[in-house]
Design a protein around this ligand. Structure first.
Ligand code: GLN
Length: 376
């Protein structure tokens, strides 16, 4: 069966359909990872996007549910040069074709993904429509024009309920804006008592969970679509140690008075070089983002830039000058990508322990406890 991908600028790619039959629009983005297609497909931050993989052979090691980064994939389409229907891997449970069918995701293969990637790099990301229908190009163009870019994806992918992953060490409230399970894995591996809460949990609800630290997760879309999260972070800043990842980093920056903007074509892949400005050391990082914190907007805030991207010099890490809080634009939990940056979770826990030493009783917590006693 034929599948077609029509871009906003009128470019039409015709290839073979795989996965589900159907039609979907989305922002067309590319990921440069050689491996990691399962984690890309199941990373909630791709919600609303049609993802093309620049590596030409996808699916050769199949699909293993244990490698998922969330319960289900949220991509709006999958574009590859070639996909493998007979995976070779003892862990493989089924093929990428089966996975896309199961979740109703349209795939297209056999197109020139290098050409598509070069176009996105030159024009910036574009919206596209991916279809297996026989509709005319004119009809497709109209349907694409009539479907604006998706907004407010965080509400779709965030957990609707609070849940916990018990541990004997620090209590971490993980605010789920579309969290990858890798973040939970890194925290639980360190013995943390993790409580995962929905994106719209209020500051008071978080206080009632009595956290030692707050982890802000990754998530899809424009950080400015989540104003309630920005307000909550502003309220909690200084009260609890905070570590933010990707969307969490952007929301934190906005909460501190900085601004964010859209990148031309984003950073998506497993080998983005990031420099720690304090040590001049370069780290290879896993990334997936289309927005960035605007550099000029840092002036006048209480933020310090700690990391930059060595390719385009954009901001990759921030630290609050007064309060115990730091954030990174990249993914220390990796998955897919190198684990080189997992030490940041240790730094988070060190920061929590240091904060506890200095503030054995959080003044705000003491106040709340006194109020609760008075109520009884
Ligand atoms: N992985 C993320 O958290 C991405 C953050 C944000 N949605 C962006 O694209 O920049």
């Amino acid at each position: 069966m034929q599948a077609r991908l029509l871009l906003e600028d009128g470019t039409l790619f015709t290839g073979s359909a795989f996965g589900a039959e159907g039609e979907r629009t989305g922002e067309v983005v590319f990921n440069t990872g050689i491996t990691g297609y399962q984690e890309v497909l199941s990373d909630p931050s791709y919600c609303g996007q049609i993802v093309t993989m620049t590596y030409p052979l996808i699916g050769n090691y199949g699909i293993t549910r244990d490698d998922f980064e969330s319960a289900a994939p949220y991509v709006h389409g999958f574009v590859v040069r070639r996909h493998e229907t007979v995976p070779s891997n003892w862990r493989a449970e089924y093929s990428v074709d089966n996975l896309l069918k199961e979740y109703g995701i349209v795939g297209i293969s056999g197109i020139d993904t290098r050409m598509l990637t070069r176009m996105i790099r030159q024009h910036g990301t574009m919206r596209g429509i991916l279809t297996t229908s026989a509709a005319s190009v004119e009809e497709l163009r109209e349907r694409l024009a009539g479907s604006p870019m998706l907004t407010n994806q965080v509400a779709t992918v965030s957990t609707p309920h609070v849940y916990s992953s018990p541990g004997s060490k620090e209590r971490i409230v993980l605010v789920d804006y579309g969290a990858k399970t890798g973040i939970l894995r890194e925290l639980t591996a360190r013995g943390c008592d993790v409580v995962v809460v929905p994106h719209d949990t209020t500051a008071d609800e978080i206080r009632r969970l009595n956290p030692d630290g707050i982890q802000l997760s990754n998530g899809p879309g424009d950080p400015k679509d989540v104003p309630h999260a920005i307000d909550t972070i502003r309220e909690l800043l200084g009260e609890y140690p905070i570590f933010g990842i990707c969307l969490g980093h952007q929301l934190f920056a906005l909460a501190c008075g900085a601004d964010t903007e859209k990148l031309k074509f984003g950073h998506r892949g497993g080998n983005h070089p990031v420099k720690d400005l304090r040590t001049n050391r370069c780290y290879i990082t896993s990334q997936n983002h289309g927005y960035t914190v605007n550099e000029q907007s840092i002036a006048g805030t209480e933020l310090e830039v700690t990391h930059i991207n060595n390719n385009d010099k954009t901001i990759e890490g921030l630290k609050h000058k007064t309060y115990p809080a730091f954030t990174v634009q990249y993914h220390p939990e990796a998955a897919p990508g190198p684990y080189d940056n997992s030490y940041l979770f240790d730094q988070f826990l060190d920061m929590i322990r240091e904060h506890k030493k200095q503030h054995p009783a959080n003044p705000r917590q003491a106040e709340l406890a006194a109020a609760a006693k008075g109520e009884r």
